[in-house]
Write a protein that binds this ligand. Sequence first.
Ligand SMILES: NC(=O)c1ccc[n+]([C@@H]2O[C@H](COP(=O)([O-])OP(=O)(O)OC[C@H]3O[C@@H](n4cnc5c(N)ncnc54)[C@H](O)[C@@H]3O)[C@@H](O)[C@H]2O)c1
Length: 329
Amino acid sequence: MTTPLRAAVIGLGWAGSVHTRVLSSLDGVSLVAVADTDPGRRSRFNGVRTVGDVDELLDIELDYCVVATPTTEHERIGVALAAAGVHALIEKPLASSLPAAFRLVEAFERAGLIGAVGHTERRNPAVRELCVRLREGDFGAVYQVATRRHGPFPDRIRDVGVVTDIAIHDVDLATWLTGRHITSVAAQVSSVNDGPYEDLAAAILRLSGGEIVDLQVSRISPHRERIVIAHTARGCVMADALTRTITHYDNGDTPGTAVPIRKITTYEVPGAEPFRIQHEAFRDALLGLPNDIVTLRQGAAAVAATEAILTAARTGTCVSLVDHDFIRQ
Ligand SMILES: NC(=O)c1ccc[n+]([C@@H]2O[C@H](COP(=O)([O-])OP(=O)(O)OC[C@H]3O[C@@H](n4cnc5c(N)ncnc54)[C@H](O)[C@@H]3O)[C@@H](O)[C@H]2O)c1
C-alpha cells in the first residue's frame, strides 16, 4: 500500500470528531471523506467529501475507514466495508453482541483485510507504563487486578449499558496487562431511573493464571475515576489514567505478609494523545510495519467477557469462558 493512505471516518459525534482531528494531521494519511446520517454534523466539515451513509462512502476510493457510529451500527457498517475491500478501525466495543462480533471477525479475515478495535485505554500513558513495567517483571508476579471506572451519564450513549460501553475497557486492560485470558465471571448489575440498560456493575473475573480481577464501573457518579491497580509480589501499583500517574506502594519482596510499606513512589508519565498513538499503529499495520493494533479477535474476546458479565448478573451464576477458543488467539 502506498502513502498517503486514503482514509474516511463514519460517525462524526464525540469519538468521530477526535478521529477526524487526528487523521487531518497524521503523517502518511489523507482524510478524504467523512460520513454521518445527521446533516448538521456533516456541515462542520470543509475540504473533504461529506456523505450520509456507508453506501455513499463506498463510492469513494478508500484504503481504510474509521467506524465511530453508535455500537449497534458497527456490524452492519463493518461488514459492508469488508465486502468492499476496505480495511477498518472500528470503535470499541467491537459490536453490541458476541455473534455480531464474530461476524465482523469472519468478514475481515475472509476478505484478508486488516481490522482493529479502538481500545484507546491501552494507549493512556500511565496504563501503558504499568503494562511495560509488569511485563518487564519490575513488580514480580501479579495476583490481583482491581479497576474503578466511574463518571457521569454520557447523554449520547443510548444504545448499550455501562458494561458494554465502559467496563469493556477494563476487561480488555485486565487481559492485556497480565497476558492472560478470562476463564470465569461472576457479577451484579443495576440500573437507575428505570432506564433500559444497566448503569452500574461490579464483577469478579478469574484469569487463566489464577489471578483475580475486581472490576467496578458506573455512569451515575459526578466524580470521574479511571484507576487500574495491580497487586503484585512487590506491592501495589496504581495507574491513574486521568492524572496519568503511577503510584507504587513497595513492600519489598514479602508478599502476603504484614510488613509495612517500605517506600511510596509517585510519578507522572508523559505521552502523546491516545487516539494519535492508536492511529499511528493502524497506519503502520496497513503499511506492513511493526505495530500493536488491538485485533478484531481481541475486541471480540472483550465482547465475550462483557456478555458473560451481563449473563452472570442476570442468572446469578458464575459463567465459564473456557470454551471460547478464539479468546486465546
Ligand atoms: N475509544 C474511546 O475512548 C471512545 C470514546 C467515546 C466513544 N467511543 C465509541 O465510539 C462510538 C461512537 O460514540 P460517540 O460517543 O462518538 O457517539 P455520538 O452519539 O457522539 O456520535 C455518533 C455519531 O454517529 C452518527 N450515526 C449514527 N448512525 C449512523 C450511521 N448509520 N451512519 C453514519 N453515521 C451515523 C450520529 O449521527 C452521530 O453523529 C461508540 O461505539 C462508542 O462506544 C469510544
